[in-house]
Design a binder for this molecule. Structure first.
Ligand code: AMP
Length: 287
């Protein structure tokens, strides 16, 4: 794997690959790779000739008092794992080159960023959309791959690609989980032993919702209520939200039908954990 820090060099290397007629894939990440990241590298690796992975802890998507400084960084370990997965280029730009003094340009996907995680993280999705668009312009990939784990992020990036007429295909890889169901995340490192044990309740609550819906429940508040009750039985859980929303608009639905995203956020100690399930729900008549 070749490490590139310089933005111009990244542009030039990608441009010459493109000039040779090679297809380019990009997987944007904040590093600290775990099997969730590696699954996205594999999805992309099968489909493109040149695989670029960016490692950039993006300051514009962190709010004041969030974990920007504490966020785990280990470029050497990441480079070894990238090498093992056949990643061609690891792009690791400097923060002050990505955002020089006086930086002022941001992308906003209005209407989708003030919901769910956006409520407690104002500005977060503006930072995400901005850094993604910058990375897309530097690398100009044919394919970008994101994870379903960050469900709202995937919806927002897809809408940005669509509405800004970007010539890039997007794929979303399934959430990779620990054996007890906990979604893999760099932030799981913040959990102590007790918190880690209790955190499996989040996936249990999502599965419980799925079972309720399979047995005919179509009232979103009834399902959310059962999920909240289950999660609140974990003494260390501090639930932020449980929402059942339209998978495309992220707006609340009155009846559970069609493509529904069941999303939640919950604190355990210093860790803010998110998870979701994407369901296609038949109406009760056809079920
Ligand atoms: P991050 O480094 O956390 O910003 O994540 C980089 C990419 O990996 C994003 O597209 C995430 O959605 C994706 N990702 C993170 N965790 C997982 C997981 N457990 N399973 C699948 N994809 C993931």
């Amino acid at each position: 794997v070749q490490l590139i820090r310089d933005i111009e060099e990244m542009k030039n290397v990608a441009a010459s690959s493109r000039g040779e007629g090679k297809s380019i894939g990009l997987v944007p990440t904040m590093g600290d790779f775990h099997p969730g990241h590696l699954s996205l590298f594999r999805l992309s690796r099968e489909r493109v000739q040149v695989l670029v992975v960016s490692v950039f802890v993006n300051p514009t998507q962190f709010g004041p008092g969030e974990d920007y400084e504490a966020y785990p960084r280990d470029l050497d370990a990441d480079a070894r794992m990238a090498q093992g997965e056949g990643v061609d280029l690891l792009f690791h730009p400097d923060v002050d080159r990505m955002y020089p003094d006086g930086y002022a340009t941001y992308v906003q996907v209005a209407g989708l960023e003030d919901l769910l995680c956006g409520l407690s993280r104002p500005g977060h999705f503006r930072g995400v959309a901005t850094v993604c668009l910058k990375l897309f312009h530097i690398v100009k990939p044919h394919l970008v791959v994101f994870g379903q784990k960050d469900g709202q992020q995937a919806v927002i990036v897809r809408k940005m690609i669509d509405e800004l007429n970007l010539d890039v295909e997007m794929m979303i890889g399934p959430t990779v989980r620990e054996p007890d169901g906990l979604a893999m995340s760099s932030r799981n490192r913040y959990l102590d032993e007790e918190e880690r044990r209790e955190a499996s309740v989040l996936y249990a609550a999502l599965r419980h919702a799925e079972v309720l819906i399979e047995s005919g429940e179509r009232n979103p508040e009834a399902v959310a209520g059962r999920m909240r009750a289950l999660i609140e039985r974990a003494p260390r859980a501090r639930l932020e939200y449980v929402s059942l929303v339209d998978a495309r608009t992220l707006k609340n639905v009155d009846v559970l039908m069609g493509d529904v995203l069941i999303a939640l956020s919950c604190w355990f100690g210093k860790a803010r954990l998110i998870d979701n399930l994407l369901l296609n729900i038949p109406s009760n008549e056809t079920a």
